[in-house]
Design a protein around this ligand. Structure first.
Ligand SMILES: Nc1nc2c([nH]c(=O)n2[C@H]2C[C@H](O)[C@@H](COP(=O)(O)OP(=O)(O)OP(=O)(O)O)O2)c(=O)[nH]1
Length: 242
Protein backbone atom coordinates (compact mmCIF):
# COMPACT_ATOMS: atom_id res chain seq x y z
CA UNK A 1 0.00 0.00 0.00
CA UNK A 2 1.31 3.41 -0.88
CA UNK A 3 2.50 5.41 2.06
CA UNK A 4 0.08 8.20 2.83
CA UNK A 5 1.66 11.61 2.69
CA UNK A 6 0.34 13.87 5.40
CA UNK A 7 0.79 17.50 4.46
CA UNK A 8 2.08 19.57 7.33
CA UNK A 9 -0.10 22.50 8.28
CA UNK A 10 1.50 25.76 7.17
CA UNK A 11 2.46 28.38 9.73
CA UNK A 12 1.35 31.84 8.56
CA UNK A 13 4.19 34.37 8.38
CA UNK A 14 4.19 38.05 7.38
CA UNK A 15 7.32 39.54 5.81
CA UNK A 16 7.72 43.22 4.97
CA UNK A 17 9.49 44.73 1.99
CA UNK A 18 10.06 48.23 3.32
CA UNK A 19 11.19 50.45 0.48
CA UNK A 20 12.79 53.84 1.17
CA UNK A 21 12.44 56.79 -1.23
CA UNK A 22 15.94 56.06 -2.56
CA UNK A 23 14.77 52.55 -3.50
CA UNK A 24 16.76 50.72 -0.83
CA UNK A 25 15.12 47.89 1.09
CA UNK A 26 15.24 46.97 4.75
CA UNK A 27 16.73 43.58 5.58
CA UNK A 28 17.74 42.02 8.86
CA UNK A 29 19.75 39.00 9.94
CA UNK A 30 17.95 36.32 11.91
CA UNK A 31 18.74 36.43 15.61
CA UNK A 32 20.68 33.70 17.43
CA UNK A 33 18.54 30.84 18.67
CA UNK A 34 16.11 30.81 15.70
CA UNK A 35 16.21 28.37 12.77
CA UNK A 36 18.54 29.76 10.08
CA UNK A 37 20.19 32.12 12.60
CA UNK A 38 22.42 34.65 10.85
CA UNK A 39 20.67 34.33 7.48
CA UNK A 40 19.25 37.54 6.01
CA UNK A 41 15.51 38.04 5.67
CA UNK A 42 12.81 40.63 5.27
CA UNK A 43 11.62 41.68 8.71
CA UNK A 44 8.48 39.99 9.99
CA UNK A 45 7.35 36.87 11.77
CA UNK A 46 4.51 34.50 12.59
CA UNK A 47 0.90 35.62 12.89
CA UNK A 48 -0.61 35.60 16.35
CA UNK A 49 -4.15 34.18 16.63
CA UNK A 50 -6.74 36.40 14.95
CA UNK A 51 -4.21 38.70 13.25
CA UNK A 52 -4.30 39.71 9.60
CA UNK A 53 -1.08 39.72 7.59
CA UNK A 54 -0.83 43.49 7.95
CA UNK A 55 -1.42 43.37 11.71
CA UNK A 56 1.19 40.66 12.19
CA UNK A 57 3.68 42.67 10.14
CA UNK A 58 3.00 45.89 12.03
CA UNK A 59 3.42 44.16 15.40
CA UNK A 60 6.63 42.34 14.37
CA UNK A 61 8.19 45.55 13.06
CA UNK A 62 7.42 47.29 16.34
CA UNK A 63 8.83 44.41 18.38
CA UNK A 64 11.91 43.69 16.28
CA UNK A 65 12.88 47.12 15.01
CA UNK A 66 10.83 49.70 16.92
CA UNK A 67 9.18 50.90 13.69
CA UNK A 68 5.62 52.11 13.36
CA UNK A 69 4.36 51.27 9.86
CA UNK A 70 1.45 52.88 7.99
CA UNK A 71 -0.31 51.04 5.15
CA UNK A 72 1.16 47.92 3.58
CA UNK A 73 0.03 46.31 0.32
CA UNK A 74 -0.06 42.58 -0.51
CA UNK A 75 2.55 41.46 -3.01
CA UNK A 76 3.07 37.69 -3.08
CA UNK A 77 2.08 34.67 -1.07
CA UNK A 78 4.46 31.70 -1.19
CA UNK A 79 4.47 28.39 0.61
CA UNK A 80 7.76 26.66 1.37
CA UNK A 81 8.58 23.44 3.20
CA UNK A 82 11.62 23.95 5.36
CA UNK A 83 12.95 21.03 7.39
CA UNK A 84 11.90 22.83 10.59
CA UNK A 85 8.43 23.93 9.39
CA UNK A 86 6.09 24.48 6.48
CA UNK A 87 5.41 28.21 6.18
CA UNK A 88 3.08 30.38 4.15
CA UNK A 89 4.83 33.66 3.59
CA UNK A 90 2.73 36.75 3.04
CA UNK A 91 5.14 39.26 1.51
CA UNK A 92 3.81 42.81 1.74
CA UNK A 93 5.27 46.06 0.45
CA UNK A 94 5.39 49.18 2.58
CA UNK A 95 6.59 52.70 1.78
CA UNK A 96 5.34 54.44 4.90
CA UNK A 97 6.68 54.18 8.46
CA UNK A 98 7.67 56.34 11.38
CA UNK A 99 11.00 56.21 13.14
CA UNK A 100 14.42 54.80 12.40
CA UNK A 101 14.94 51.07 12.82
CA UNK A 102 16.64 50.00 16.08
CA UNK A 103 17.84 46.49 16.75
CA UNK A 104 15.59 45.18 19.54
CA UNK A 105 16.75 41.54 19.28
CA UNK A 106 20.50 42.10 18.80
CA UNK A 107 20.13 41.36 15.10
CA UNK A 108 21.99 43.16 12.32
CA UNK A 109 19.92 45.14 9.83
CA UNK A 110 20.26 47.75 7.13
CA UNK A 111 18.77 49.30 4.01
CA UNK A 112 20.21 47.73 0.88
CA UNK A 113 20.03 48.49 -2.79
CA UNK A 114 18.04 45.85 -4.65
CA UNK A 115 20.99 44.80 -6.71
CA UNK A 116 23.38 44.78 -3.72
CA UNK A 117 21.72 42.80 -0.99
CA UNK A 118 23.86 41.96 2.07
CA UNK A 119 26.79 39.62 1.70
CA UNK A 120 26.07 36.25 3.24
CA UNK A 121 23.10 34.07 2.71
CA UNK A 122 19.48 35.02 2.37
CA UNK A 123 16.76 32.60 3.45
CA UNK A 124 16.09 30.28 0.49
CA UNK A 125 12.69 31.77 -0.32
CA UNK A 126 13.98 35.31 0.04
CA UNK A 127 16.82 34.57 -2.34
CA UNK A 128 14.24 33.71 -5.01
CA UNK A 129 11.91 36.64 -4.51
CA UNK A 130 14.66 39.22 -3.96
CA UNK A 131 15.26 39.08 -7.71
CA UNK A 132 11.61 39.76 -8.39
CA UNK A 133 11.69 42.97 -6.39
CA UNK A 134 13.97 44.33 -9.11
CA UNK A 135 11.31 43.89 -11.77
CA UNK A 136 10.32 47.32 -13.07
CA UNK A 137 6.91 48.91 -12.43
CA UNK A 138 6.12 49.62 -16.07
CA UNK A 139 6.11 47.00 -18.82
CA UNK A 140 5.14 47.32 -22.47
CA UNK A 141 3.23 45.04 -24.82
CA UNK A 142 3.76 45.54 -28.54
CA UNK A 143 1.23 43.68 -30.70
CA UNK A 144 2.29 42.96 -34.29
CA UNK A 145 -0.66 44.82 -35.75
CA UNK A 146 -0.19 48.56 -35.46
CA UNK A 147 2.71 49.25 -37.79
CA UNK A 148 6.36 50.00 -37.29
CA UNK A 149 7.36 47.76 -34.37
CA UNK A 150 10.78 49.38 -33.93
CA UNK A 151 9.28 52.84 -33.55
CA UNK A 152 6.84 51.55 -30.96
CA UNK A 153 9.63 49.82 -29.02
CA UNK A 154 11.47 53.15 -28.97
CA UNK A 155 8.34 54.90 -27.67
CA UNK A 156 7.91 52.28 -24.96
CA UNK A 157 11.52 52.85 -23.84
CA UNK A 158 10.97 56.59 -23.75
CA UNK A 159 7.89 56.01 -21.59
CA UNK A 160 10.11 54.22 -19.07
CA UNK A 161 9.06 50.64 -19.76
CA UNK A 162 11.64 48.36 -18.19
CA UNK A 163 10.27 45.24 -19.83
CA UNK A 164 9.20 45.14 -23.46
CA UNK A 165 7.40 42.23 -25.03
CA UNK A 166 6.83 42.12 -28.76
CA UNK A 167 4.05 39.77 -29.81
CA UNK A 168 5.34 36.67 -31.54
CA UNK A 169 8.86 37.07 -30.17
CA UNK A 170 10.37 35.22 -27.27
CA UNK A 171 8.67 36.35 -24.05
CA UNK A 172 10.17 39.68 -23.08
CA UNK A 173 12.80 41.04 -25.37
CA UNK A 174 14.80 42.96 -22.78
CA UNK A 175 18.31 42.10 -21.67
CA UNK A 176 17.02 41.27 -18.23
CA UNK A 177 16.59 37.57 -18.83
CA UNK A 178 13.15 37.58 -17.20
CA UNK A 179 10.53 35.29 -18.66
CA UNK A 180 6.90 36.31 -18.75
CA UNK A 181 3.60 35.05 -19.99
CA UNK A 182 0.11 36.33 -20.65
CA UNK A 183 -2.70 35.09 -18.45
CA UNK A 184 -6.45 35.53 -18.50
CA UNK A 185 -7.29 34.15 -15.07
CA UNK A 186 -5.85 33.32 -11.67
CA UNK A 187 -5.52 29.71 -12.86
CA UNK A 188 -3.35 30.81 -15.77
CA UNK A 189 -1.17 32.85 -13.46
CA UNK A 190 -0.60 29.69 -11.41
CA UNK A 191 0.14 27.75 -14.60
CA UNK A 192 2.68 30.36 -15.63
CA UNK A 193 4.34 29.96 -12.22
CA UNK A 194 4.40 26.18 -12.64
CA UNK A 195 6.07 26.69 -16.03
CA UNK A 196 8.75 28.84 -14.39
CA UNK A 197 7.63 32.15 -15.85
CA UNK A 198 8.98 34.91 -13.66
CA UNK A 199 5.84 36.99 -14.03
CA UNK A 200 2.57 37.33 -15.92
CA UNK A 201 0.89 40.11 -17.75
CA UNK A 202 -2.83 39.92 -17.05
CA UNK A 203 -5.22 40.58 -19.88
CA UNK A 204 -8.00 43.09 -19.35
CA UNK A 205 -10.94 41.90 -17.32
CA UNK A 206 -9.14 39.96 -14.62
CA UNK A 207 -9.95 41.31 -11.21
CA UNK A 208 -9.51 40.20 -7.64
CA UNK A 209 -5.95 38.98 -7.61
CA UNK A 210 -6.34 38.51 -3.87
CA UNK A 211 -3.30 37.47 -1.95
CA UNK A 212 -2.88 34.08 -3.56
CA UNK A 213 -0.87 34.70 -6.71
CA UNK A 214 2.64 33.36 -6.55
CA UNK A 215 4.52 35.37 -9.15
CA UNK A 216 4.62 39.09 -9.84
CA UNK A 217 1.84 40.17 -12.19
CA UNK A 218 1.34 43.23 -14.34
CA UNK A 219 -2.12 44.69 -14.79
CA UNK A 220 -3.27 46.53 -17.91
CA UNK A 221 -3.46 50.31 -17.60
CA UNK A 222 -4.08 53.31 -19.75
CA UNK A 223 -1.21 55.36 -18.35
CA UNK A 224 1.87 55.04 -16.18
CA UNK A 225 0.14 57.06 -13.47
CA UNK A 226 -2.06 54.04 -12.78
CA UNK A 227 0.95 52.11 -11.44
CA UNK A 228 0.19 53.10 -7.85
CA UNK A 229 -3.36 51.75 -8.09
CA UNK A 230 -2.04 48.49 -9.52
CA UNK A 231 0.37 48.15 -6.61
CA UNK A 232 -2.55 48.58 -4.20
CA UNK A 233 -4.06 45.40 -5.59
CA UNK A 234 -0.86 43.42 -5.17
CA UNK A 235 0.51 43.80 -8.70
CA UNK A 236 4.13 44.47 -9.55
CA UNK A 237 3.04 47.28 -11.84
CA UNK A 238 1.24 48.02 -15.07
CA UNK A 239 1.59 47.06 -18.71
CA UNK A 240 0.90 49.58 -21.41
CA UNK A 241 0.20 48.77 -25.02
CA UNK A 242 2.19 50.62 -27.69
N1 LIG B 1 10.42 36.94 9.16
C1 LIG B 1 10.67 36.29 8.04
N2 LIG B 1 10.56 34.94 8.01
C2 LIG B 1 10.85 34.33 6.85
C3 LIG B 1 11.21 35.04 5.68
N3 LIG B 1 11.44 34.16 4.67
C4 LIG B 1 11.23 32.94 5.16
O1 LIG B 1 11.34 31.89 4.55
N4 LIG B 1 10.87 33.02 6.51
C5 LIG B 1 10.54 31.87 7.35
C6 LIG B 1 11.60 31.57 8.38
C7 LIG B 1 10.79 31.00 9.53
O2 LIG B 1 10.60 29.60 9.29
C8 LIG B 1 9.46 31.69 9.42
C9 LIG B 1 9.36 32.90 10.33
O3 LIG B 1 9.43 32.53 11.65
P1 LIG B 1 10.20 33.36 12.75
O4 LIG B 1 10.87 32.36 13.63
O5 LIG B 1 11.06 34.43 12.17
O6 LIG B 1 8.96 34.04 13.43
P2 LIG B 1 8.86 34.82 14.81
O7 LIG B 1 9.76 36.03 14.75
O8 LIG B 1 7.40 35.04 15.01
O9 LIG B 1 9.51 33.78 15.80
P3 LIG B 1 9.16 33.24 17.25
O10 LIG B 1 8.02 34.03 17.77
O11 LIG B 1 8.86 31.79 17.00
O12 LIG B 1 10.45 33.42 17.98
O13 LIG B 1 9.36 32.13 8.08
C10 LIG B 1 11.33 36.44 5.74
O14 LIG B 1 11.66 37.12 4.77
N5 LIG B 1 11.05 37.02 6.93
Amino acid sequence: MAEQQVERKAVEVAAGILIRKDGTILMGSRPEGKPYAGYWEFPGGKFEPGETAHEALARELREELDLDIGASTPWLVKVIDYPHARVRLHFRKCHDWKGEPRSMEHQQFGFYHRARLPAGELLPMDDLIAGWIELPCVAAWIPQKGGDVEARVARAKEAGAGLIWVEGEKPVSSDSGWTGSFARSEAEVKLAAANHADFSFIRKGVTGLGEEHEIPVYLPAESASEAAAAEESGAQGVWLEF
